[in-house]
Design a protein around this ligand. Structure first.
Ligand SMILES: [Zn+2]
Length: 226
């Protein structure tokens, strides 16, 4: 007798490439939307997808990235476009055009969170990072040359998207501490998952999280003053 299994993170991970294949036909039009709205190029969209596949082991952030990347996330603008609910606005600031760019970057209520993240990224990566809609939504930025730093930036933005998506119904935007707490949780989760995959995979974890690990393990006073 066949025993049905509960869905697992592994199951979700298997679903991810299937979903990608399912939307291949519409990929060109989706990419064109991105070019127009975020200023991204097709190669950057592909790179962003590849980063989600290779840098992150956890299935949850991968699925969330996929939803945001392909505009499947339910923004107020998307719900309004179905025509059943007129005048649906950003629950945080009341903006009538609450699309992906607004919900994840342009909303005025996200200002202090974005400033807080920029400040800590400067300490961790030792360079000023100017967050853009393209970087927040896709996680890629070619002004950051070092691939190791780019991996970590991708992870940090992935946590940012996760944070906003998980609190999407709240009137108050996520706070910096919530983002940092999710980042720390993902650090430990990814560490455990990579360890289960063996020594070769552990090297990938070490590489992707290196800037954060160095900063986190530095003495507290050094961390605060850097
Ligand atoms: Zn808003």
């Amino acid at each position: 007798m066949e025993v049905s299994r509960h869905p697992t993170s592994c199951g979700i991970k298997n679903l991810y490439p299937l979903l990608l294949n399912a939307i291949q036909d519409d990929l060109v039009s989706l990419v064109k939307k991105w070019e127009a709205r975020v200023g991204a190029k097709e190669t950057e969209v592909c790179e962003s997808m590849e980063m989600a596949r290779t840098v992150l082991v956890s299935a949850g952030p991968q699925a969330q990235h996929f939803m945001v990347l392909y505009n499947l996330y339910y923004t107020p603008a998307k719900i309004a476009s179905w025509g059943k609910t007129a005048g649906i606005m950003c629950p945080r600031c009341g903006c009538p055009k609450a699309d992906l760019c607004h919900m994840f970057f342009q909303c005025v209520k996200l200002g202090s969170l974005i400033t807080g993240i920029s400040d800590i990224l400067k300490k961790i990566l030792k360079q000023t990072i100017y967050l853009t809609p393209q970087m927040v939504l896709l996680g890629v930025d070619h002004s950051v040359c070092n691939s190791r730093d780019r991996y970590f930036l991708f992870i940090a933005m992935s946590v940012f998207r996760n944070c906003i998506a998980s609190l999407w119904r709240d009137v108050d935007p996520p706070r910096f501490n919530q983002w940092f707490s999710q980042l720390l949780s993902m650090y430990h989760l990814e560490n455990s998952l990579y360890e289960l995959k063996g020594a070769a995979a552990c090297k990938r974890f070490t590489r992707a999280w290196a800037p954060f690990s160095v900063w986190l393990l530095a003495p507290r006073m050094c961390r605060l003053n850097k």
